[in-house]
Design a protein around this ligand. Sequence first.
Ligand SMILES: Nc1ncnc2c1ncn2[C@@H]1O[C@H](COP(=O)(O)OP(=O)(O)OP(=O)(O)O)[C@@H](O)[C@H]1O
Ligand SMILES: [Mg+2]
Length: 300
Amino acid sequence: MSAAVWASGLRKRYRRRTAVDDVSFSVARGELMGLLGPNGAGKTTVIKMLLGLVRPDAGEVMLLGRPARDPASRARVGYLPELFRYQPWLTAAEVLGLHVRLAGLTVPDAERRECLGTVGLADRAGDRVGGFSKGMQQRLGLAVALVARPEFVVLDEPTSALDPLGRADVRDLLLSLKERGVAVLLNSHLIGEVERVCDRVLILDRGRVAAAGTLPELLGGRELRLRLDEVSSDAERRLKEVGELTCTGEEYTVALRDPEVIPDLVADLVALGVRVHAVEPGRVSLEERLLGILRAGGER
Ligand SMILES: Nc1ncnc2c1ncn2[C@@H]1O[C@H](COP(=O)(O)OP(=O)(O)OP(=O)(O)O)[C@@H](O)[C@H]1O
Ligand SMILES: [Mg+2]
């Protein structure tokens, strides 16, 4: 089966400013891909090119096996735009109905009501959107993106206005989409959220792909945090043998090449007279990794 989306060599310039430069990637069916990067990195522009809303200067996009501009594939894609604003005079149920009609689809009433329930708006279906809070409008946007049971869902910062409970609901929602085999592209500045739900991550920086891969690929091997004192130069040498070492006061952090070395390492440190107060295995967080990648990029 074809990928949900396949993009190759995407480029976009606005006057003299290059917004997107040679970006290629794909999202498989049932895969949740996170799109990360600083403000202005080109994330929204990439999303708009995928959906045929912005014409690329170069590159190619296949959406659900067809060219991106083909309306037949667009109808099977759910999209929550970054900047959403719905007709204030319509009720939530009417906004949903309007979008279903505009997409040329039919969705039974019961399914529409269920969809509003999924985003926590069941008891506001008959209320005008003009009186909705920002978070409630964002929830409605999610309902619009999901109502027609799309095969590919693109969410451009879906939780920026949501409360913590709403964010947790969206995480559950994303995982249930994935279980149904729906592909998701999630653009978010909430890195912890991306780390919790995404299978793969694409990091953009100044229009280019700065890094891409599965979470284990990006986060690499395990990290070991140690609280030590009386560390001799021999002990320090031993620590450096097993991976890259950083040290702040009594806190030593080793990016281990091989997690199997931990018991031998601890035994050797004790034998070398080091007092071991704590040994804590961990993993580099996606946030640390992202900041590392962006800072390294900035120095180039
Ligand atoms: N319609 C437009 N006209 C001119 N320049 C644009 C337009 N849309 C985007 N740009 C420029 O393209 C670059 C990328 O913008 P884009 O909105 O894709 O960034 P982003 O990664 O989504 O950022 P953010 O995290 O702030 O949403 C920016 O320099 C922006 O100023
Ligand atoms: Mg954006």
